[in-house]
Write a protein that binds this ligand. Sequence first.
Ligand SMILES: Cc1cc2nc3c(=O)[nH]c(=O)nc-3n(C[C@H](O)[C@H](O)[C@H](O)COP(=O)(O)OP(=O)(O)OC[C@H]3O[C@@H](n4cnc5c(N)ncnc54)[C@H](O)[C@@H]3O)c2cc1C
Length: 473
Amino acid sequence: MRTSGEFLRSLEDGRAVYYRGELVPSVVQHPVLGICARHAAKLFGVARECPDPALGSSISRYFLPSRSSEDLSARHRLIYESTLACNGVFNISQAIGSDALSAAAIVARAVDRSNGTAYADRVEAYRQRVASGDLTVAVAQTDVKGHRARRPHEQADPDLYLRVKEVRADGIVVSGAKAHTTQAAVSDEIIVLPTRAMSDRDADYAVAFAVPAATPGLTMVARPVEELEGNDQALLSRLDFESETLTVFHDVFVPSERVFLCREHAFAGPLAVGFATHHRFTAVSYRAATANLYLGTASLVARTNGIEGASHVRDKLLRLVVYKEIMRMSALAAADAPLFQEGFAVPNPLYTNLGKLYSNQNFASVLEALVDLAGGIAATLPSRADFENPDEHGMLQKYLAGAEGADRRVEVLRLAKELGVSTFAGYMLTLMMHAEGSVEASKLALLRDYDLGEAERLAEGILAAATLDRKPE
Ligand SMILES: Cc1cc2nc3c(=O)[nH]c(=O)nc-3n(C[C@H](O)[C@H](O)[C@H](O)COP(=O)(O)OP(=O)(O)OC[C@H]3O[C@@H](n4cnc5c(N)ncnc54)[C@H](O)[C@@H]3O)c2cc1C
């Protein structure tokens, strides 16, 4: 198992990352990206160790394949606890990569049976490699997608979905770009997966593989972290955040042993959906912990405003409790009733997608509850510079006191402002709606395999009984 220092040193590898129009010489030393690198590094301080029978050594639990309900529950707890250890901010560094590996291990077996390939051995060899190296792995699934109503081969530019350009004896050459790749700029490895089902005409786009972040031809453009820069009131964003990149592959060579799907188009859909199920289980697990940020701050802000006993305040706190506990319940239910595929325990897709959809659709009401309890001051709070100016200090102290003194109240309000009324709030709203799949994707997944039989039989039974009842003697 690595230390956080060893991990941070591994990021000094010449990777091509741009930030605000400049090539970043070191993501660790960078004033903004350095924070998300250190956020990632916090994972190495979390208790994750467990034995791996296949390797005969201790590895991070993230990379242990789930074989039972108990394994899935332990995974849920690990994700929940590591999110709390990072101040309520998800730590994706080994979670998403292991979600991808779980889905790839299952689908690879089906491809091998059908096409005589040897992907399952490659996926397992790669799992052992990242597990024994205690590596961090980002996942680039979402393509940039161009015209949303067109399939990959119908796009004006063939690179708008990532594709295989050439197959060589020793590997493949790929081009294209993936959007919103969380923590790719500060991960050791990047796994690429197809984003959707592919037809035979889209076979070139049915591709999955892994590359180190510092691979020739791979360029990352990091999003600006506006919730931090120029915001002297930021509290949480000084400590923890994750960063996404536009991840561009320009004629990148991938050696065969790192290729997990290449043109077997019938399996792109199962791989995309399989990953989504695993990753949404991760989502509801971390979102339950992240909800604590909003619940805790809402409770503190109510107290500092002196309104904690009012009935509408209890009602809003209850709304936040429901949000948090529905996330946790769906994770626990999904772990309790897994599906078994190829000997792996897969989180129950119904309970997973149910929690995910609830989270997609209800986060706006979490923000609303916090903003209501904080009051308009969450938007109009004077700056930190004003509080620090001796000419204004006394005046602000006097007029911004609440049920608690101004110093305490203003600090709590700063956190409420950051979480509820800032660039960070907008980022979180977008994350809660889109990350790990949009609202429509969750709905689709929920209804796709839903068995209406039990409900229909109940209704049919009543219809049949009522008909019999009306028959003349
Ligand atoms: C903070 C954050 C972190 C993320 N991290 C990752 C990551 O680490 N790795 C990764 O791979 N992805 C990541 N994502 C991507 C995430 O999975 C996508 O944002 C999500 O799947 C939606 O895709 P999109 O952003 O391309 O939106 P779009 O697909 O453009 O959606 C916009 C709207 O268009 C609709 N739409 C799209 N296509 C059609 C169509 N054919 N017909 C009708 N309507 C359509 C959608 O339903 C939606 O209403 C992240 C996203 C966010 C916000």
